[in-house]
Design a binder for this molecule. Structure first.
Ligand code: GTQ
Length: 360
């Protein structure tokens, strides 16, 4: 390559290209489905998370009558799932409350059935109002009470129903939490309807709780999937645990008394894509500020208080739902003894070694 002869080949940067404006160039490369990284590098590789999702709170007192009106517009059977989606104002048109999670309020009236189906999306139910409705998961029925946390793992048949008025049925509303947006990103959604509106019930209610709900499990149980063998985590038990810990003097300066729900067979999360928590904030609690990369949806069970998310302050009351976006500083306070349920995509972030938390 020691060629000392004068270079007679054409200039590598012809004057025509130099004169070209950047925008005309961008249009030309766009026709080849290409784009200049240097225009979007900061947004693509941000110094820290810049979620499109914003902090928001849904006041149950403002939306309850709208949820009930849906009951007059369409039957559960026709709707398949009669749900009002809680859509993050920063994510319009995406049916998402965070970039990976979905939330909705589902109404089931006395005598109704939401027909059996299954899908790869995992679902959780957190009972907000009313009791006595049931959900069947994989051949086992669970009766709902306010504050109960119920899971519908990926690809499990599930149908919901409610006894008639004569049988004591009342309207029941629960918060649906699903990983729908995550599966949209992954293009991993499959679903099918059951041939019957109601799947066959093959085990008595309480069967899985008897097998796994008492710090015991069947002797030869082998963990074959990461999903919890318990479908229902009754509020009574979670509430009692938080109360005992509080009486024993356990109080975290950021979280109050906070526990995570577990898969009793593994100690892991109840489902592989969503973490769930319940916490007690005693009256007068003023939490310190923390932030984490797992955007979190909260459902208020008991008590009143305030939450600061970034620059915003919200008052919360029982049955309100609020969302904390990724990496937003959050500070919880309670006026009266408050109990908060919450869920996030923490298992996904933890499995990918992406979870970051900061407490200040
Ligand atoms: O109950 O199966 O809110 O499939 C959204 C999709 C509930 C359900 C939702 C669903 C369900």
């Amino acid at each position: 390559m020691a060629d000392t002869a004068p270079n007679t080949s054409p200039s590598p940067t012809p004057t025509g290209y130099e004169a070209d404006s950047r925008s005309a160039y961008y249009a030309r490369i766009g026709q080849q489905n290409m784009a200049p990284l240097w225009e979007s590098l900061h947004a693509l590789v941000p110094k820290q998370p810049r979620p499109k999702a914003v902090a928001a709170l849904w006041k149950y007192a403002d939306i309850r009558s709208l949820v009930m009106q849906a009951g007059q517009l369409i039957s559960a059977e026709e709707a398949v799932r009669r749900v009002l989606i809680l859509e993050n104002p920063g994510l319009p048109g995406t049916s998402s409350i965070t970039s990976t999670l979905y939330a909705g309020l589902q109404l089931i009236l006395p005598g109704e059935i939401a027909p059996a189906h299954r899908h790869t999306q995992s679902a959780l139910r957190f009972i907000v109002e009313g009791k006595g409705a049931w959900t069947s998961v994989n051949g086992e029925r669970t009766t709902m009470h306010p504050g109960d946390f119920i899971i519908t793992p990926s690809w499990n048949w599930h149908d919901h129903g409610n006894p008639t008025v004569a049988e004591g049925g009342e309207p029941v509303v629960w918060l649906d939490g699903l990983d729908i947006p995550l599966l949209v990103h992954l293009d991993a959604g499959f679903a099918e309807n059951h041939s019957e509106a109601m799947q066959a019930v093959v085990r008595p209610e309480g069967h899985s709780w008897a097998r796994f709900g008492h710090n015991m499990m069947p002797v030869r149980h082998r963990v074959s999937d990461p999903t919890s063998p318990i479908f229902s985590y009754p509020y009574e038990r979670s509430r009692e645990a938080l109360d005992s810990l509080y009486r024993f003097g356990e109080l975290d300066a950021w979280d109050g008394v906070k526990l995570r729900y577990t898969n009793p067979a593994t100690g892991g999360w109840p489902m592989p894509t969503m973490a769930t928590f319940m916490q007690l904030l005693p009256a007068g609690f003023q939490g310190k500020t923390s932030r984490s990369t797992d955007a979190t949806v909260f459902s208020v069970v008991e008590g009143r208080g305030t939450v600061r998310i970034g620059e915003q302050h919200f008052d919360y009351q029982p049955r309100d739902v609020f969302v904390v976006p990724s990496w937003q500083p959050v500070q919880l306070a309670a006026v009266s003894d408050a109990v908060l349920f919450s869920y996030s995509d923490r298992p996904v972030q933890a499995a990918l070694n992406l979870l970051r938390e900061e407490r200040s």
